[in-house]
Design a protein around this ligand. Structure first.
Ligand SMILES: Cc1ncc(COP(=O)(O)O)c(C=O)c1O
Length: 322
C-alpha cells in the first residue's frame, strides 16, 4: 500500500453533542448534532468520508491523479484539491461554466493546492454522466481516475458508513437522523449502514435541489443497492430503515437563499455557536424547525442533525444575497 494515504489521519473523529434548540419545540424533541464540520477545515464534513476510499483506491492502483466535476463553489472539488495536496496526488477539476478571474475563494484555494482547473461550457457539463464524453475528457489525463460530481459512488457510500460508525461509537441515543442531500451519496451511505438493522433510526434527507422529487430517491436507492447489500431473498424494501426526503426547503433552488433562511441562519448561529453554510446545512435547520413545529416528529423523540460542513463556501457569499 502506498503510504501516502496515511499522510491524512483518517481515524480522526468528530463530536456529537446535545443542542439547545433555539426555536419553538412544542413537542419537547431532544435535539443533538454530529459535527463533521469540525473534522478538518479543508477536507470538511461528509467529504472526508466520501473521498477516503476513493483516494485509497486511486493510490492502490497507482493512479497519476484524480479528476472530478463541480461548480465554481464546489465543496467537493475544494476538499479533493486539499486532500490531493496533502497526499501528493495531482487533481483536476472540471468546472461548470466559465472560469471568472480573479478566482473566487473556493477556486483560489483549489488552484493554490495544485488542482488543474478546466472550464466546461454549461452544455458540455450536462454530458458529465455520459461515458463517451468522459472518455474524451480523460484522454488528456491518462492514468487519472475520474470521480462523479459530488464524489458520490460506491466507495463514497462505504466511507460514509465509517462516519456513522463514529456517531454510533459516541453512544448518543437518537430515533431520527436528519441530513442534507445533494448528489445522494451521504444519505445512501447512512441507509447502507443501517440496512437490515432493526434498531435503525428513521432517516430524513433534506434536498438542497429543486425539482428532483422522485429522481433523487432513485439515485439514492441506486447507490445503496449493491449486490452484497442484499441478504438472501429479502428485497431492499425489507431491509431499508424508514426514510424519506423533504423537498420543500430548497428556498427557491440550489444555493438560493431567502430572507427567512438568512434570519434563521443568523439566529441559529448566534444562539448555538454552530456555524452553518447557506447551501446545505441552513436548509436542514429550516426543515427541522418545520418538522418540530408541525408535530411530524413524535413527542419527546430524539433527533440528530448531521452537520456536513461546507463552511468554506460561506466566503463566497460576500456579495448581497438575493
Ligand atoms: C456541505 C455539504 N453537505 C451535504 C452535501 C450533500 O451530500 P451528497 O452529495 O452526498 O448528497 C454536500 C455535497 O456533496 C455538501 O457539500
Amino acid at each position: 500500500m502506498d503510504d501516502r494515504f496515511n499522510r491524512i489521519d483518517w481515524h480522526k473523529t468528530f463530536p456529537v453533542h446535545a443542542l439547545t434548540w433555539p426555536f419553538p419545540n412544542p413537542f419537547h424533541i431532544e435535539v443533538g448534532i454530529a459535527r463533521t464540520d469540525l473534522l478538518d477545515d479543508r477536507i470538511s464534513g461528509n467529504k472526508w468520508y466520501k473521498l477516503k476510499y476513493n483516494l485509497k483506491a486511486a493510490l492502490e492502483q497507482n493512479a497519476k491523479g484524480v479528476a472530478s466535476f463541480g461548480g465554481a463553489f464546489s465543496n467537493h472539488l475544494h476538499a479533493l484539491a486539499a486532500a490531493g495536496n496533502r497526499l501528493a496526488l495531482p487533481t483536476v477539476g472540471f468546472i461548470r461554466g466559465e472560469l471568472v478571474e480573479p478566482f473566487n475563494p473556493t477556486l483560489t484555494d483549489c488552484s493554490t493546492w495544485g488542482m488543474q482547473l478546466h472550464p466546461l461550457t454549461r452544455k458540455a457539463y450536462r454530458e458529465r454522466h455520459d461515458s463517451a464524453f468522459q472518455d474524451r475528457l480523460m484522454a488528456s489525463f491518462p492514468g487519472f481516475v475520474l470521480l462523479p460530481e459530488g464524489g458520490s459512488n460506491q466507495l463514497a457510500v462505504a466511507g460514509i458508513a465509517d462516519m456513522v460508525g463514529v456517531i454510533e461509537s459516541c453512544k448518543a441515543a437518537f430515533d431520527y437522523i436528519v441530513l442534507p442531500v445533494g448528489s445522494g451519496g451521504t444519505l445512501a451511505g447512512i441507509l447502507g449502514y443501517y440496512l437490515g438493522r432493526e434498531d435503525a433510526p428513521i432517516i430524513i434527507g433534506v434536498s438542497a435541489l429543486k425539482g428532483v422529487a422522485g429522481v433523487l430517491e432513485e439515485t439514492v436507492l441506486r447507490l445503496v443497492g449493491t449486490e452484497e447489500n442484499f441478504i438472501d431473498d429479502l428485497s431492499m424494501d425489507d431491509l431499508l430503515p424508514e426514510w424519506w426526503i423533504e423537498h420543500d426547503f430548497h428556498c427557491g433552488g440550489f444555493a438560493k437563499v431567502s430572507s427567512e433562511l438568512q434570519e434563521l441562519k443568523a439566529r441559529f448561529e448566534c444562539q448555538t455557536c454552530v456555524p452553518l453554510d447557506n447551501v446545505y446545512n441552513s436548509k436542514v435547520i429550516l426543515a427541522v424547525k418545520h418538522l418540530l413545529e408541525c408535530g411530524k416528529i413524535p413527542d419527546r423523540a430524539r433527533l440528530l442533525i448531521l452537520h456536513t460542513g461546507g463552511l468554506q463556501g460561506v466566503r463566497n457569499w460576500s456579495r448581497p444575497l438575493s
